[in-house]
Design a protein around this ligand. Structure first.
Ligand SMILES: [Zn+2]
Length: 299
């Protein structure tokens, strides 16, 4: 499924984090498969050996309690703390004269009850349009939080020191919208590590999808949208394999039964105005992915 680590799927199934996830074989006989698209898209160079880092365990407050019943059900200890307050943003690209601005929730689970790693992405023709899309993101986030009764005390935006994030117009908007801004030092991408890693994850997934499905390269924005859509419904190490990003929005178990293989054939139903009385009733296309409102089909 969109080339995520098979172990993640296994843990999502085992921990009942989503509904609609099925496996071709039983969990007991679950085996990892080799994927050539992943090998091509995610190849990395082995660096010098380092002392293994000990990962700090989450505090008991942020740890969800899973009830192992037949129905997927997760109980969380709710604390009245602000969620989604810190977002890392960075560009991917340019790819074919287009920039992808990705926002990743980088709230630490010691700062809030939930570190969601929820993502949003926007496509820009010019970096000078950055401010427009920052405003769009903030408005979209505020609407999402208010409709789900989530208290948002303030928003922190973390970015590198690029001129597009530090212009006077940006500063005015930050002040107007009560946004705190954290800028990294020049030429230190590791200080914005969450955004850098997140962008890489999204790009690798998008490339794997395109290679596997033989999707023409100029359709890459749809692959990025599909990656973001899927990643917002998948667990990860930051979530300790105990929840998916979207859970933290509405506290509901996410249903992924509508997921399909990207690149598969689809038959879109034609309405009466689009066909003759004796014409075909559907149009064949290639499934390109999802958005929150619809499925994308290439015909
Ligand atoms: Zn793969």
């Amino acid at each position: 499924m969109c080339h995520i680590n098979d172990n993640y799927l296994y843990l999502m199934k085992k921990n009942n984090l989503v509904t609609g996830l099925t496996f071709p074989s039983s969990l007991k006989n679950f085996k990892r498969n080799f994927c050539e698209s992943c090998a091509l898209a995610k190849s990395t160079r082995v660096g010098p050996s380092r002392t293994p880092q000990v990962r700090v365990q989450p505090t008991e407050i942020s740890k969800p309690i899973i009830s192992h019943t037949s129905k997927p059900k997760i109980k969380y200890q709710v604390k009245n703390r602000s969620l989604f307050k810190k977002w890392s943003m960075d560009f991917k690209g340019p790819i074919r004269n287009m920039y992808i601005l990705i926002f990743t929730d980088s709230t630490n689970d010691t700062e809030s009850e939930g570190a969601s790693r929820l993502r949003f992405c926007y496509f820009l023709k010019y970096k000078s349009d950055t401010l427009t899309f920052i405003i769009k993101f903030v408005n979209q986030l505020e609407t999402l939080l208010s409709t789900n009764n989530i208290i948002s005390e303030f928003i922190i935006l973390k970015s590198d020191n690029g001129g597009e994030f530090t212009s006077n117009e940006c500063k005015k908007i930050y002040e107007h919208k009560h946004i705190n801004v954290q800028l990294t030092s020049p030429h230190t991408p590791h200080q914005n590590g969450i955004a850098e890693r997140s962008n890489r994850t999204v790009a690798e997934m998008a490339l794997s999808i395109m290679l596997e499905a033989n999707i023409p390269f100029y359709l890459f924005p749809w692959a990025f949208r599909a990656s973001i859509y899927v990643l917002n419904r998948l667990t990860c190490t930051t979530l300790h394999f105990q929840s998916v990003p979207l859970y933290w929005i509405d506290r509901k178990i996410c249903d992924i039964s509508h997921f399909r293989t990207i690149g598969c054939d689809v038959y879109a139903n034609l309405n009466d105005t689009e066909r003759d009385s004796f014409g075909v009733r559907a149009k064949k296309g290639i499934f390109l992915g999802y958005s929150d409102q619809s499925m994308h089909i290439f015909t």
